[in-house]
Write a protein that binds this ligand. Structure first.
Ligand code: PMP
Length: 390
């Protein structure tokens, strides 16, 4: 107990010390607001096709607001389902070649929803080591036993499935890993899952609009569209330039999610503007399937100019090493008018802090060359400074 005249400490006092420790480790994060009219090149967004600012997509959002209002007004199960939601779900299912699709108000919630609705105590989930945090959190919330294997290690997946004592099992993976844009061995993971009676959940967040025929993703590329025991999740917040997530699969799955996915049931429906924007974006992608070739060409050009490995998707990843150095490279890039992503632990393993450049289809060759120049200069300056210190 405190003496009566001393000020009562706050239960949040410990946050000051926690922030100091994060600061010392170079792990303190800050939010840097964008301002309308900022004259910067943005290489940190997930707006791969540049559709968030496309006039057709903006019109889609605007018309939806005018017809349906600013918010969905309630859960999808109450009054939050508009005819627009229904249309989008049918169009997404048709595009992805599945019997049905269900949209959630974010990709994060779609992943959490599908995993927790299908898996519970007494089940097994084998999680690929490169899986996005939303898949990881779905695994944790499900209360199933979770085995995490090294990224892409399909033999370890097979072993975990073979040695299980549980009846029901699921394998979860990204198709394009979010950290560096590499493609996961989806065909091998699917074969392992099928061999052992498990379901494969593939998150195509970074593949939709970027890989596969007309941007239909890695699953399409592998000829696995509509395959049994394969469920696709994806987002409307990257290539589609909008907001929201989706689960695509058989109609029985959609039905089950509507009844059982807590992140669907207890969440206000996706805002009509986001639905309208996503529908318009899907229309643009259908009309201009070469958009996904353009973004990948741009990624290859930028990677070559930065001496990076040839990218498999729209992400160019440059490993810097220590968090403070990665931050400094990002800071120098920003000072020169180029915004880049900066990934540090716990998002990446210690010692692999990096700069992530996400390319867009709407950048031209001059802009890409300028980005490479700025990034290369920033990297060289940080390496030179380190050499002096050592
Ligand atoms: N899956 C992956 C692979 C992601 O990278 C992200 C977010 N960046 C999500 C899911 C979550 O999507 P959202 O941002 O729409 O919640």
């Amino acid at each position: 107990m405190n003496a009566p005249d001393s000020p009562r400490p706050s239960a949040l006092d410990w946050l000051v010390e926690a922030a100091r420790v994060r600061d010392a480790e170079g792990l303190h994060r800050t939010l840097i607001p964008r301002h309308a009219g900022d004259d910067v090149l943005n290489l940190a967004s997930n707006d791969y096709l540049g559709l968030s600012t496309d006039p057709r997509v903006i019109t889609g959002a605007t018309e939806a607001v005018q017809t349906w209002g600013a918010g969905a007004t309630a859960s999808r199960l109450v009054t939050g389902t508009t005819a627009l939601h229904d249309d989008l779900e049918h169009e997404l299912a048709e595009f992805l070649g599945t019997a049905s699709a269900l949209v959630f108000s974010s990709g994060y919630l779609a992943n959490v929803g599908v995993i927790t609705a299908l898996m519970g105590r007494g089940d097994l989930i084998v999680s690929d080591g490169g899986a996005h945090a939303s898949l990881i959190d779905g695994c944790r919330l499900s209360r199933a036993r979770v085995v995490v294997v090294d990224r892409g290690d399909h033999e370890a997946v097979r072993t975990a499935l073979r040695e299980r004592t549980e009846d029901r099992a699921m394998v979860v993976t990204d198709s394009v890993y979010s950290i560096d844009g590499a493609v996961a061995p989806v065909a091998e993971l699917y074969a392992a899952a099928r061999e052992h009676g498990a379901l494969l959940v593939v998150d195509e967040a970074h593949a939709l609009g970027v890989r596969g025929r007309g941007g239909r993703g890695v699953v399409d590329e592998l000829g696995l569209t509509g395959a049994v025991d394969l469920v696709v999740t994806a987002v409307l917040s990257k290539s589609f330039g909008s907001q929201g997530g989706l689960v695509a699969g058989p109609a029985t799955l959609r039905d089950h999610l509507v009844d059982r996915a807590r992140s669907f049931i207890f969440d206000t429906g996706l805002a009509p503007s986001a639905v309208g924007a996503a529908r318009a974006a899907l229309g643009v992608l259908r009309a201009e399937p070469d958009l996904c070739d353009r973004v990948r060409d741009n990624a290859r050009r930028l990677a070559a100019a930065c001496d990076a490995e040839a990218p498999s998707a729209a992400v160019v990843s440059l490993i810097i090493g220590e968090p403070a150095d990665a931050l400094e490279v990002a800071r120098r890039c920003r000072a020169d008018g180029v915004v880049v992503g900066c990934f540090r632990p716990p998002s990446v393993p210690p010692g692999t802090s990096r700069i992530r450049l996400t390319v867009r289809a709407d950048l031209d060759a001059d802009q890409l060359d300028r980005v490479a120049q700025v990034v290369n200069r920033a990297r060289a300056a940080v390496v030179a400074a380190d050499a002096v210190i050592r």
